[in-house]
Design a protein around this ligand. Structure first.
Ligand code: UT7
Length: 349
């Protein structure tokens, strides 16, 4: 039976390095606090007025396409995962398509935040396995630094996130037992507001908590923004960090075990575990809980922070470049984030 595999992988991170000390100059935080709670030392910020989410995605895509042994003209479908797109609409997929001269093929944007890459991988896998497409370009890219609150009020969120992009080309393989073995996707909308960027949006007082924005009564027409949102500067992401942390450390192990068990494996069979880079303490907790040794886990949050949909492809690409992903290796990817959404993928490389 036809399976799909990662045929090429690439990543791009902007040049600008922003350290914890740099952030401590603009808000009440410290290198010590950030490192102790998250493991992050520095992150990258995209160059304003020059780079966007889609340009970073295209930079990563070019490398993935070349490594897949194809050209941009051979790509037959684009999946773009991001929570920080160039525009509210249209999606960043069509902008990447325009930059890369791949006009005419389908371009799908998905909004699954930190789980975006795993969700995208699952979609690409189905398209390729069914024989519909042969070269699906899956990109995860984020330009967080243009939408964060750099005052002390936003410090719990702002210190965590960084910018960057990762990309893979998903291709068919007929090699028995190779490629993407399975993907597992989950969501729980009860946690929707615990990690969210709600404005602008159509919520207009419908969801609990959104009444506070004071929508004017009018027969027709709505308002994405209200004056109160501007007065309160309520257009930044908010996060109940501890609630997110607790849910993550419960769901990560569950979804990893789901991937392993549905293929008849146990944690000790893994050659590499690449967790979404949310917080080094979460990764370490999960690793310890599952008894996975240090040399079988790839973490790079120390250098890049949390790059949301880009974090898994960036980490996987770095691991691959470092020779940690070899032919025949069993690799598990797992992600968790806003929604809540979570998921995993098991790959025989
Ligand atoms: O991929 C996206 C998924 N998101 C996550 O995985 C995030 C999961 N959660 C976390 O990683 C942690 O909750 C954080 C790192 C965000 C926060 O760590 P925490 O240990 O949960 O801190 P906290 O929110 O409970 O806050 C503890 C204290 C508070 O001060 P008081 O009230 O005790 O005086 C915060 O105001 O730490 C303060 N604080 C900070 N202090 C210095 C919060 N952020 C900062 C900061 N610098 N950046």
């Amino acid at each position: 039976m036809l399976s799909s595999k990662i045929g090429g992988i690439g990543f791009y991170v902007p040049e600008k390095v922003v350290t914890n000390h740099d952030l401590a100059k603009v808000m009440d935080t410290s290198d010590e606090w950030i490192q102790e709670r998250t493991g992050i030392v520095e992150r990258r910020y995209a160059e304003r007025h020059k780079e966007t989410t889609s340009t970073m995605g295209a930079a990563a895509a070019k490398i993935a396409i070349e490594r897949a042994g194809i050209t941009a003209k051979d790509v037959d479908f684009i999946i773009f995962a991001t929570l920080s797109p160039d525009y509210y609409f249209p999606g960043s997929g069509v902008l990447l398509q325009r930059q890369m001269g791949m006009n005419g093929i389908g371009a799908l944007d998905i909004r699954n935040q930190c789980s975006g890459f795993v969700y995208g991988l699952s979609i690409a896998d189905q398209f390729v396995k069914s024989g519909m497409y042969k070269n699906v370009l899956l990109v995860g890219a984020e330009f967080h630094s243009c939408g964060l609150d750099f005052s002390t009020r936003g410090r719990n969120v702002t210190v965590i996130f960084g910018d960057g992009a990762g990309a893979v080309v998903i291709q068919p393989t007929e090699e028995e037992g190779k490629g993407i073995l399975s993907t597992h996707l989950h969501a729980d909308g009860d946690g929707a507001e615990k990690l969210a960027y709600m404005n602008p949006g159509s919520h207009a007082g419908v969801h609990v908590g959104t009444e506070k924005y004071g929508y004017p009564e009018q027969e027709f027409g709505g308002m994405f923004f209200t004056p109160k949102m501007f007065e309160d500067e309520d257009f930044f992401p908010n996060m109940e960090g501890q609630a997110v942390f607790k849910f993550a450390v419960q769901k990560f192990p569950e979804v990893i075990m789901e991937a392993l068990e549905s293929n008849g494996y146990k944690p000790s069979d893994l050659d590499l575990f690449v967790p979404h880079q949310a917080n080094l303490r979460i990764s370490q907790f999960v690793q310890a809980r599952m008894g996975i040794p240090d040399d079988k886990v790839w973490n790079n949050i120390q250098k890049y922070g949390n790059t949301t949909a880009a974090s898994i492809p960036i980490a996987l690409c770095e691991a691959w470049e470092a020779g940690k992903v070899k032919e025949g290796d069993l690799v598990c990817l797992a992600a968790f984030g806003s929604g809540f959404t979570w998921g995993s993928a098991l790959i025989r490389w």
